[in-house]
Design a protein around this ligand. Structure first.
Ligand code: IPE
Ligand code: IPE
Ligand code: MG
Length: 255
């Protein structure tokens, strides 16, 4: 095998299976250019395209993008309304493209707050791409970690009420099965752009052992090189899940 092949192989190994990103900094990106925040959101969509493309071609299994939080309704009405139109327009434009590239689209979050039309488009996008195998693209829309845990409890309570679930059945694995991410691996790498070092109610349960990476790069400027830097940082870390560093090094434990 030529050296080049080895390098290529090495660079593909230890790729995070699931990357979850808080795409933050659109507003500031625009404001720095004396433009309305909405221009930043439009630029943000372009950045999404590049990152999805990278993940789909580099063996990432799941990419979760935080697009709109359950708290983002608190923004000025005009901005919320622009975000909704942008969401709709992006879906209309991109679903076929995602499908052609064998990407499976999924949404997590409370979609009942969206317009009927948007909900319909979301369902359409999921149905059209459901059997695709290249990458699962999870868009978190009107998502909150508190909401996710709460809806899981409500579902469990309903099952308990009809006797399909007993108190003794409840454990961590079971709770996991009722979360919106039940069928997905836990995120390996969390990225937040835009300089804030907080989780902002994103995947609270799921991030328990995720490697966290923060960058001051504003989301519209976050490109494939920036993602590679984040993956490089991920690769340099030793994940221990409670074990000692020696146990992990000796491979005497399975992680
Ligand atoms: C993230 O960028 C996008 C959404 C929350 C929809 P922001 O709009 O939060 O950008 P900043 O943080 O104000 O710069
Ligand atoms: C988090 O960003 C939500 C999304 C990126 C969709 P925010 O900009 O809303 O987060 P806070 O309010 O500054 O914590
Ligand atoms: Mg922000």
């Amino acid at each position: 095998m030529a050296n080049d092949d080895l390098t290529a192989m090495d660079s593909e190994s230890n790729v995070p299976r699931h990357i979850a990103i808080i795409m933050d900094g659109n507003g500031r990106w625009a404001q720095k250019r004396f433009m309305p925040r909405t221009v930043g959101h439009q630029a943000g969509v372009k950045a999404v395209r590049k990152i999805v493309e990278y993940c789909a071609t580099h063996n990432v299994e799941v990419l979760t993008l935080f697009a709109f939080s359950s708290e983002n309704w608190r923004r000025p009405e005009a901005e919320v309304s622009l975000l909704m139109s942008l969401f709709m327009a992006t879906l209309q434009r991109e679903i076929n493209k995602l499908d052609r590239n064998s990407i499976r689209l999924r949404f997590i979050g409370d979609r009942s707050a969206f317009s009927e039309k948007l909900q319909q488009k979301m369902a359409e996008g999921e149905a059209q791409t459901q059997n695709n195998k290249a990458l699962t693209l999870v868009v978190a829309a009107n998502y909150g970690g508190h909401w996710d845990i709460c809806q899981a409890f409500l579902q469990m309570q309903e099952k308990m009420a009809v006797g399909e679930l007993k108190k003794e059945d409840i454990n961590e694995q079971l709770i996991n099965q009722y979360l919106s991410t039940a069928d997905l691996p836990e995120p390996d790498l969390f990225i937040r752009t835009g300089g804030e070092q907080r989780v902002s109610n994103f995947m609270l349960w799921q991030l328990a052992y995720t490697e966290l990476y923060f960058t001051t790069t504003l989301w519209p400027d976050f490109d494939q090189n920036s993602l590679e830097d984040a993956i490089k940082s991920f690769r340099s870390r030793q994940r221990r899940f409670g074990h000692t560093g020696e146990q992990v090094l000796n491979k005497s434990v399975t992680l």
